[in-house]
Design a protein around this ligand. Structure first.
Ligand SMILES: Nc1nc2c(ncn2[C@@H]2O[C@H](COP(=O)(O)OP(=O)(O)OP(=O)(O)O)[C@@H](O)[C@H]2O)c(=O)[nH]1
Ligand SMILES: [Mg+2]
Length: 366
């Protein structure tokens, strides 16, 4: 899963990126640096840690989220004048499973805001409009081409084209009313048929308010304030990127102590992972071997045979059945061998939908 960090210049994107990935990319360079930063967040999971403590594998592997920090100030409204994102940034955006919009919400005269003043509500609206505008351009281009194709098609081949034309015209109207795709109330089928266009306003969006040190005690209040504005289908979180980044330099104990003193709440990696899982409808299952104990992220309702394919393609091809037990039941019984002996492992077929917290052992044959 890939999360792309976007937002205005100097909103704190790289600071948040560092906080999330324990990275050390330069911040506050103001050079309009064109480089992308790529890193990963290890998804914290106490369940995995407990399972690992039980079975002492050689290696413990958490699920991870890839994070990409792109340079600031994306604009599509000026794209006609050649100011759109670079091909490299556009490719990252197209690939993104979700977007994280970093919004500056702290006053600090030393860091100039590109719009001249700090106003998170304005920045949220204007970013959402940028996404709609980018999508409108894609849809208009496709409409032009499709219109010609449909006109010259033979009668029998026209129907599918006309259906697509109708859908594209409908969402174009929505865009013209400044409605992002996820606010247009489309059917799942329609959304799926638009999948190839990589429309940005269809992607799950996490709005991240980058608040100042002086506001950390108002974190929840600020989230509630902007949640109303950001719209349904989006998540809102407020945190102080700079503090979170600096806490990475401390030991775990020291950081925990600081968090408690300052009332900082859940650490940023854990918070953002959780929100991303919710936004994308992901769950985690675990595999437990002598070599490796590992967490895997898959969409809810993933059938066992597909989940097996995440672990290894041979397991999908040669899938016989799965042996499944909930992580906490296994913890109580002490080991997979003990669970098997007591008949506590459930046998599940290809279509079983893997559940959050399942320990999943695949029997396969290639
Ligand atoms: N006081 C304070 N300063 C911050 C915070 N977050 C970022 N800054 C400062 O704001 C400046 C810009 O931060 P960056 O993380 O480089 O912002 P950016 O969005 O990556 O900037 P560009 O890549 O240039 O668009 C730096 O000087 C940061 O130290 C914060 O939470 N509090
Ligand atoms: Mg940056």
């Amino acid at each position: 899963m890939e999360l792309v960090i976007v937002g205005l210049a100097r909103s704190g994107k790289t600071t948040v990126f560092n906080a999330l990935t324990h990275g050390h990319a330069p911040t506050g360079t103001y050079t309009g640096e064109a480089e992308l930063h790529i890193g990963a967040v290890k998804v914290p999971d106490e369940r995995l840690d407990k399972l690992a403590a039980l079975s002492h594998p050689k290696k413990v592997t958490h699920a991870d989220i890839q994070v990409v920090d792109v340079p600031g100030g994306l604009t599509w409204r000026g794209a006609g004048r050649g100011e759109g994102p670079t091909p490299q940034v556009q490719a990252a955006l197209d690939r993104a499973d979700a977007l994280m919009h970093v919004v500056r919400a702290s006053q600090n005269d030393a860091v100039p805001h590109p719009e001249g003043s700090v106003d998170p509500a304005r920045d949220i609206d204007s970013f959402n409009l940028e996404l709609v505008f980018a999508d409108l351009m894609i849809v208009e281009r496709r409409l032009e081409r499709l219109d010609t194709v449909v006109r010259s098609a033979r009668a029998g081949e026209r129907e599918a084209g006309e259906r697509e034309l109708a859908l594209l015209r409908r969402i174009k109207e929505g865009f013209e009313q400044e409605k992002p795709l996820h606010a247009q109330g489309l059917s799942t089928e329609d959304v799926r048929s638009l999948g190839n266009f990589n429309l940005l306003s269809a992607k799950p969006l996490l709005t991240l308010l980058n608040i100042g040190e002086e506001d950390v005690s108002r974190q929840e209040e600020m989230e509630a304030e902007y949640r109303r504005q950001a719209g349904a289908q989006t998540a809102v979180a407020a945190l102080c990127g700079k503090l979170e980044m600096e806490l990475n330099d401390l030991s775990e104990e020291e950081a925990a102590e600081f968090r408690a003193d300052l009332g900082l709440g859940e650490p940023v990696a854990s918070r953002i992972s959780r929100l991303s899982f919710e936004l994308l409808g992901l769950i985690s299952f675990f595999t437990l071997g002598e070599d490796e104990c590992r967490a895997w992220a898959v969409p809810k309702n993933t059938p066992a045979v597909k989940a097996a394919g995440r672990v290894h393609s041979d397991m999908e091809k040669g899938f016989i059945r799965g042996e499944v037990i909930r992580w906490d039941e296994l913890l109580e019984l002490g080991s997979l061998a003990e669970a098997r002996k007591r008949g506590a492992l459930r046998g599940e077929g290809k279509t079983y939908e893997v559940q959050d917290g399942d320990v999943f052992h695949v029997l396969f044959n290639v």
